[in-house]
Design a binder for this molecule. Structure first.
Ligand SMILES: Nc1ncnc2c1ncn2[C@@H]1O[C@H](COP(=O)(O)OP(=O)(O)OP(=O)(O)O)[C@@H](O)[C@H]1O
Ligand SMILES: [Mg+2]
Length: 367
């Protein structure tokens, strides 16, 4: 019996992981081929879960680094060094010994242990040595793979943050020589920055990766996942009710899990019809601060353009009558829409615009 069949927040795996079979297959094949990969999707869309879930099913050793909290080059070096050391699955002594053997610099490595005995590794060096040490640390995965004659994978999560560190050129210069031995997977939640980094001719990472699109999880997979989650715990939900959940979440993984979880928690045996609506209300309440904050960071024109998009939908937005109703000229609407795309609030598909976050959309439509 799974006591908590639904889970939201943080990565998911095993019984909490729903489908994504085609992405897993594509990722696995591409890693086998030795490609470098790019995946981007909005926050809480399931990027990290997908990649970690896939890697756990392969035999590759992998290094995982999240750029989100890293503030400068010095910290990057240490965090990356620590991530590499931890992924080696061996004792702290052996890790240090190995690095002393393969690093050209004479490293001063210190190891700390937390209460559970898990080591964390630190390279001690001066700020002025950054450049040399950075290069050496970037080479480590490759040297390690070559030494063991075994391909490895490096995952750089929230990679858009790299632009705040200003080390793109240095990274690219080293990583491009690692082909065949190291596959790099770049994950990001800011499409505007990620596409700029990888698809702009003038940028160092231009054409260095294969892009794998991640879509929402399809309704029929959610139907089975949610139904099973209830049934395995002696509760019942019918498919129309699941459809109601999906109508709001639009298959967005985090929200689908969150609504399902809310409903599960307040259901005794069978889901009653008004519970779905109740769960959605309670969720909107919980997210209110976050959404208001997002709203307050928009310009007046951008706010108006969002209301416009919610009112008319995202197709043929430049029709005269529509613009007149909202007092937009085509150039003021264009500017507002471009601003919203740059802020990753909306996105475009086949010349139609849509809000990236379905709950934010619902929140605004009820405002
Ligand atoms: N394959 C999946 N099946 C079911 N739920 C999923 C799946 N992938 C993600 N989720 C849901 O989405 C949530 C966020 O997943 P994850 O942290 O992997 O997303 P992310 O895109 O990496 O988010 P962030 O940008 O915040 O790091 C999970 O806690 C879970 O509720
Ligand atoms: Mg993530």
């Amino acid at each position: 019996m799974i006591k908590k069949p639904f889970h939201y927040g943080g990565t998911v795996d095993n019984q909490h992981f729903c489908n994504r079979a085609s992405e897993i297959k594509e990722l696995t094949t591409d890693i086998d081929t030795g490609l470098n990969l790019l995946l981007y999707a909005p926050r809480r869309f399931g990027k990290t879960s997908l990649v970690l879930h896939t890697l756990k099913q392969t035999e590759y050793q992998y290094i995982f680094l999240d750029f989100m909290s890293i503030v400068d080059e010095h910290e990057f070096i240490n965090e990356y060094f620590n991530a590499i050391s931890k992924s080696l699955n061996t004792t702290a002594d052996k890790v240090v010994e190995f690095f002393k053997k393969i690093l050209k610099i004479k490293p001063n490595i210190s190891v700390d242990f937390d209460i559970s005995g898990t080591p964390s590794f630190k390279l001690n060096f001066l700020q002025k040595e950054n450049s040399v040490v950075l290069k050496e640390v970037l080479e480590l995965p490759y040297l390690y793979a070559k030494y063991h004659n075994k391909k490895i994978v490096v995952v750089f999560d929230e990679f858009q943050e790299v632009v705040n560190l200003g080390i793109e050129d240095k990274l690219r210069a080293v990583l491009q020589h690692h082909k065949d031995m190291v596959s790099y997977i770049f994950l990001g939640s800011k499409k505007s920055i990620m596409t700029n980094l990888f698809f702009d001719r003038s940028k160092p990472f231009y054409k260095s990766v294969k892009h794998i699109p991640i879509d929402k999880i399809e309704a029929h997979h959610w139907q089975k996942y949610i139904k099973d989650g209830f049934e395995k715990n002696g509760k019942k939900i019918d498919s129309e009710q699941i459809e109601m959940i999906l109508e709001v979440s639009k298959g967005f993984p985090y929200y689908t899990q969150q609504i399902a979880s809310e409903i599960f928690n307040i259901t005794e045996k069978e889901v009653e019809s008004d519970l779905v609506e109740k769960a959605i209300d309670s969720m909107l309440e919980k997210e209110e601060d976050l959404f208001l904050n997002e709203w307050n960071h928009l310009s007046q024109h951008q706010k108006k353009a969002l209301k416009f998009l919610i009112h008319f939908g995202g197709e043929n937005i430049y029709q005269k009558e529509k613009m007149t109703e909202y007092n937009f000229t085509s150039s003021s609407l264009k500017k507002a829409v471009e601003g919203l795309v740059a802020k990753d609030v909306i996105d475009t598909k086949k010349s139609s615009f849509y809000l990236q976050d379905p709950l934010f959309e619902l929140f605004l439509s009820r405002m």
